[in-house]
Design a protein around this ligand. Structure first.
Ligand code: FAD
Length: 503
């Protein structure tokens, strides 16, 4: 029987997507049998942003066998317990979308039903008062989760803020040690096999030819292979997510770095603050249909805490995704496959999914359509579900102080999102479908945070006495506040942790 195994894998692009792909493949495949080549062009460079993550990132590093403390030192990372949203529902509103659960589900009933009952009874505690991540985050505290599930500290769930460029360098070292061959150069043209339309060779500017059996398009917004060469269609979501521009700048810290991201809504978009160990990354995402670049720049600079330490950069993007993520002998991973603004820090996660789902379906050279279709189905679903969650932040606003917010408040939204909102509004219920990224507590945090309050609470919870509920909630909140008070500060924890790793 002929050996149909893929022997030459070629990655185009050396940003986060390219090196994450190279690292993951090199950790799985024997370099004696499979050659992995990565082509990147220093002249083109990388997008150079992408500093906030979600907890799943930890699984990726673990899969590669990377020690957390080594990763933190190499990438100047801090810990992240969630995101604080300011001015999203109404101007002056603030809410925290924490990682992990709120409270604890009691007798099999979702915690938010108890919160709702207390709210209907006149309690004015926001739901984040029952999240250890939110309480510790706002107090500037951090520790690792406790292993004992009975400990309140077991409720900690976290991710990182980090320097993405350093992460790509760190992974490059990892991948090269495991046999990945890096080729510097600009891909100038791509040859296809006439009979099949598969990619056969890449021709670099210096004349070098790179042959491959399978290709990964990690070329960023250019989408050199998937769109420019294979002509795969792109679904444009600008009508739901009208932001199409970003300006970014780094500034000095003022005070210790908080263990959470801040996202503040502005008149035609929003601004982020992401603290790493050495600086705060800032960016203003906006829609150029509603705001000129100069005005956006003024807002960015006006929203800084400390002195700028880099020049501001402008980036353009179109929100949406490829119609197919795997086409012929090529998979698109990273910005080449689609873009959703970083409101919930999901891009690196989607890269991770693109890689892990490919590895789960790893093909031989025959690429059965059923395998390709399954990959595309799963990746489409991942993107579409994240898209709905991002749109929620925009459509669930009561702001009417600018044309941008008037548009977002009144735009039509996907049916899938409409259903989720209605089910919550009318019956207080939220369900997680298939392997959807965002779980119930995340949907609840954003919906309540943006003033979507269900009309009723669970009828079973309604039969409980007021005192019973307030007693449970008060003791939960007290236990969390006490636990947070005993935690080290975020800065002290990082210092200790990175110092211990040096020893
Ligand atoms: P790039 O970094 O652009 O890399 C593309 C690579 O392809 C480069 O190495 C380039 O040299 C190479 N290349 C291109 N054309 C050629 C060619 N012809 N020949 C050879 N090489 C070529 N994600 C998060 O998870 N969290 C965030 O907080 C976050 N914030 C973001 C903020 C903004 C404003 C933007 C735009 C994105 C953000 N992202 C974020 C997304 C994140 O930056 C990307 O998902 C991630 O960096 C991956 O990028 P990439 O590797 O796909 O593309």
């Amino acid at each position: 029987m002929a050996d149909a195994r893929l022997k030459r894998l070629v990655i185009v692009g050396g940003g986060s997507a390219g090196w994450m792909t190279a690292a993951a493949l090199s950790s799985m495949l024997d370099s004696e049998n499979t050659q992995i080549t990565l082509v990147e062009s220093e002249q083109i460079g990388t997008v150079g942003v992408g500093e906030a993550t979600i907890p799943d990132m930890m699984n990726f590093n673990r899969m590669l066998g990377i020690r957390e403390a080594d990763f933190m030192k190499a990438t100047q990372a801090t810990f992240k317990l969630g995101i604080e949203f300011a001015d999203w529902g109404r101007k002056g509103d603030r809410y925290f979308h924490p990682f992990g659960e709120h409270g604890a589900d009691m007798q099999g009933i979702d915690f938010h039903q108890y919160w709702l009952r207390a709210h209907q009874g006149g309690s004015n505690h926001p739901i984040q008062d029952y999240s250890l991540c939110a309480i510790a985050g706002k107090a500037g505290k951090f520790c690792h989760p406790h292993e004992n599930p009975k400990s309140v500290l077991s409720h900690i769930r976290y991710a990182y803020h980090f320097n993405a460029t350093r992460y790509a360098q760190f992974l490059r070292q990892y991948a090269e040690t495991r046999g990945v061959i890096r080729t510097e150069g600009k891909v100038e043209s791509v040859n296809l096999t006439p009979e099949t339309g598969h990619i056969q060779t890449l021709i670099l500017e210096n004349g070098q030819t790179i042959e491959g059996d399978f290709f990964f398009d990690c070329s960023g917004f250019r989408a050199l292979l998937m769109r420019q060469t294979l002509d795969v269609g792109f679904q444009d979501w600008s009508h739901w997510l009208p932001c199409n521009s970003a300006q970014t700048v780094a500034c000095e810290h003022v005070g210790p770095p908080p263990p959470y991201t801040v996202s503040t809504a502005k008149s035609a978009g929003w601004q982020w603050r992401i603290p790493t160990q050495t600086r705060t990354g800032n960016g203003h995402i906006y829609s150029s249909d509603f705001m000129a670049d100069d005005a956006a720049h003024d807002i960015l600079m006006g929203g800084l805490d400390g002195k700028p330490i880099s020049d501001a950069r402008t980036l353009r993007f179109t929100t949406g995704r490829l119609e197919e993520f795997w086409h012929k002998n090529c998979v698109g991973i990273g910005l080449s496959s689609g873009f959703l603004e970083p409101l919930e820090s999901t891009s690196l996660y989607l890269i991770q999914m693109g890689i892990s789902k490919f590895i789960t379906l790893f093909p031989d050279g025959s690429f059965p359509p059923v395998v390709v279709n399954e990959y595309n189905r799963q990746m489409r679903q991942q993107f579409d579900q994240v898209r709905d969650f991002i749109i929620l932040h925009y459509c669930a606003t009561e702001r009417d102080d600018s044309p941008f917010w008037n548009y977002c408040r009144t735009m039509s939204i996907p049916d899938s999102l409409q259903h989720k909102i209605e089910l919550f509004q009318k019956a207080g219920r939220v369900f997680r479908y298939e392997d959807e990224l965002f779980s119930r507590p995340s949907w609840v945090a954003v919906m309540l945070g943006q003033n979507i309050i269900p009309e009723i609470c669970d009828p079973i919870v309604s039969t409980l006495r007021d005192e019973q509920i307030s007693h449970s909630l008060n003791s939960m909140n007290r236990a969390m506040v006490d636990a947070a008070a005993k935690m080290p500060t975020h800065s002290a924890f990082i210092d200790q942790y990175c110092k211990a790793a040096n020893a």
